[in-house]
Ligand binder design. Structure first.
Ligand SMILES: [Zn+2]
Length: 87
């Protein structure tokens, strides 16, 4: 029986001096998480406009940014957005 190695080692006595935790991005479609999301896609959108960005730190960290693990899931979101907007 093989288990995924998933160790959580927290030192509760060291809560004040924790190292900075890397930011984790999560795909809005499948929930995949990554600390190093190369080839991911960021989307900024409003009711009237949707903008697709190749992954950059700046695009990904914008307050209105949404994150997708790849082209396929970005397209899922774009399709949903178009459908909702055109109804
Ligand atoms: Zn995904």
């Amino acid at each position: 029986m093989e288990r995924e190695t998933e160790t959580h080692e927290y030192n509760k006595e060291d809560a004040g001096g924790r190292a900075v935790i890397d930011k984790i991005y999560r795909c809005e479609i499948c929930g995949e998480e990554s600390q190093n999301p190369v080839r991911w896609i960021a989307i900024h959108c409003s009711n009237a406009q949707l903008t697709v960005f190749k992954w950059t730190q700046e695009a990904a960290d914008a307050p209105q940014a949404r994150h997708y693990c790849g082209e396929a899931h970005a397209q899922v979101y774009i399709s949903r957005w178009l459908e909702s907007y055109c109804n």
